[in-house]
Design a protein around this ligand. Structure first.
Ligand SMILES: CC(=O)N[C@H]1[C@@H](OP(=O)(O)O)O[C@H](CO)[C@@H](O)[C@@H]1O
Ligand SMILES: [Mg+2]
Length: 542
């Protein structure tokens, strides 16, 4: 069977490429929604080819720009195991998105087919979903046209969170096998998680959830029907998914993490002792927080971020593994953005790996442990159980009654935690489980270690590609000489650490700085920023 090139060119003519370039980066393609019709059409073709390549297994496409503003949109491709698209295919996405004409597009498609030895007679099935952005319906139509052009079977999964789509893809592909992941429906997703949650927890006080006015809101409202309020009461806030401009505006995980404060206006909707958390716009990130001391003081805000979630989960799972009398290695994965205190805390307890920014790197590194706990500091992450560890837990028969109970808990955790990707809903339940089973408050969780004061700055430079890094992005190799200057500056502060890297999702360079004394932090961060600006100017002129 050959390509229906006429069908591709005819359809492509309806989605002309704007005069600009696109990149499939850390989190797929992300830019202004109005510019993305051609990209959606074209990446749908790639998703269909990927499905053919995988012998007809289902692949996925999610239309979302996550925590970015409402006018933005984007596409994330999902591989047959429910994980992010293999890095080796990202270049295909970038190339196809940038093909300058319909003919060049056909050429790129033929090239992918040849390079990946794709059998075109294979069937292709692609499941897709979208978030609440106003540009989604048009982009979904472009995406559908791309699937039609390749004769792929379309499965429109509707309005979903990103992790729900990842769940669906794995559930479809494992149906009826030993690795069956769950019913391949949205209901199946809620049922699986709720069932596991009920197995794990006693009751507790309500949790206030900021849904970022995004797709996490309807998802959480539906999940509530599966978990009785008596076992998990929620107060669900920021649910205005049809209010223009509301998405991620003054609320959501990214806002809370970057401003280190409550979502705008939340003070009047919560109590001084409320336990709170925020999702991002597509509900694959979560951070927790509470108020300590006088709620009118800014300093009363206490953030429990991805690093604190790693510490909480790694500690509890390590304890369970010990009690369960099974030989499993628990490890953790962080990026350079992890607070130095969290790294020190974890290193005394479990192996810690550092990877470059972007969850695909953390995810792969976590797979090398029997049980791998990974979170970016911004709250994106999950816990992975290797197939061998699940088999060991199921197979172990003897031992003390506590050992059997711990194995049962660990197995329920493998059901509760989304194994495909970080998932705000699932991570929220995980944290609830650990806190309740161990009888801890947010304040007790918070006291595991004290974060070093830290700051993240964006620096706009003429050309961010002049910045290159090594050692999991912890050191610069270019521009020449800058790394030595950064280290020299950081060494002037007690506990000083700083690193600089080009963003993979925005046109900027990021500066991270931390040190022991809060009143010295501003100087450290600003001095590094100045060094970066000077070096960027010099490098651009060279
Ligand atoms: C410092 C920071 O938060 N970086 C974010 C951001 O990446 P950058 O490459 O830094 O732009 O977006 C990524 C995708 O959402 C996320 O994985 C990552 O953690
Ligand atoms: Mg997101």
């Amino acid at each position: 069977m050959s390509l229906d090139t006429a069908a591709i060119t005819a359809a492509s003519a309806r989605f002309p490429k704007p005069a600009r370039s696109f990149t499939y980066g850390t989190a797929g393609v992300r830019t202004l929604g109005k510019d993305l019709d051609s990209t959606c059409f074209r990446l749908a073709i790639v998703a269909a080819l990927r499905s053919k390549w995988a012998k007809g297994k289902v692949t996925g496409l999610m239309v979302t720009a996550s925590h970015n503003p409402e006018q933005d949109n984007g596409l994330k491709a999902v591989d047959p195991r429910g994980e992010m698209l293999a890095s080796s295919w990202e270049a295909h996405c970038t190339r196809i998105a940038n093909a300058a004409s319909d003919d060049e597009l056909v050429g790129v498609v033929q090239d992918i087919v040849a390079k990946e030895s794709i059998d075109l007679s294979q069937a292709a099935v692609v499941v897709y979903a979208y978030d609440t952005r106003p540009t989604c319906p048009a982009l979904v139509r472009a995406l559908e046209a791309g699937l039609d052009a390749l004769g792929a079977t379309k499965r429109n999964a509707g309005l979903l969170t990103t992790p729900q789509l990842h769940y669906l893809v794995r559930a479809y592909n494992t149906q009826g096998t030993d690795e069956a992941y769950g019913e391949p429906t949205e209901e199946g997703y809620y049922e699986k998680m709720a069932q596991a949650f009920k197995t794990l927890v006693p009751a507790a006080s309500p949790l206030v959830v900021d849904c970022a006015n995004g797709v996490g809101a309807p998802a959480l409202q539906k999940l509530q029907k599966y978990i009785p309020a008596a076992s998990l009461p929620f107060k669900v806030l920021r649910t205005a998914i049809s209010t223009p401009g509301a998405l991620n505006s003054g609320c959501g995980a990214d806002y809370v993490k970057t401003t280190q404060s409550l979502p705008a206006g939340l003070e009047s909707e919560v109590q001084a002792d409320s336990r709170m958390c925020s999702f991002d716009g597509d509900a694959d990130r979560i951070v927790f927080y509470y108020l300590r001391g006088d709620p009118r003081e800014k300093a009363s805000f206490r953030l429990l971020d991805g690093d604190k979630i790693t510490a909480l989960a790694a500690d509890w799972i390590s304890e369970l593994v010990k009690t369960a009398e099974v030989d499993l290695k628990v490890g953790s994965v962080q990026t350079a953005y992890a607070n130095g205190s969290s790294t020190r805390y974890l290193e005394q307890r479990v192996p810690v790996t550092c990877t470059p920014t972007g969850v695909k790197y953390l995810h792969h590194a976590a797979e090398s442990y029997d049980i791998g706990v990974y979170f970016e500091a911004n709250g994106h992450g999950t816990v992975l159980f290797s197939p061998a560890s699940i088999a060991k837990l199921k197979g172990a028969g003897s031992g003390a009654p506590e050992a059997a109970a711990a194995r049962k808990q660990l197995l329920a955790l493998t059901e509760l935690i989304n194994q495909t990707v970080g998932d705000a809903l699932s991570d929220m339940l995980l944290v609830e489980v650990v806190l309740r089973v161990t009888g801890r408050s947010f304040a007790e969780w918070d006291s595991t270690y004290e974060d070093l004061p830290n700051r993240l700055l964006k620096v706009l430079v003429p050309d961010r590609t002049l910045f290159e890094t090594t050692d999991a992005e912890r050191r610069l190799t270019r521009p020449a000489g800058l790394q030595a200057q950064i280290e020299h500056e950081a060494a002037r502060y007690a506990g000083g650490r700083s690193f600089v890297r080009p963003s993979g999702t925005e046109d900027c360079v990021r500066v991270y700085a931390e040190c022991e004394k809060a009143d010295e932090l501003g100087a450290l961060a600003e001095n590094i920023k100045k060094l970066v600006e000077d070096a960027a100017k010099a490098a651009a002129q060279a």
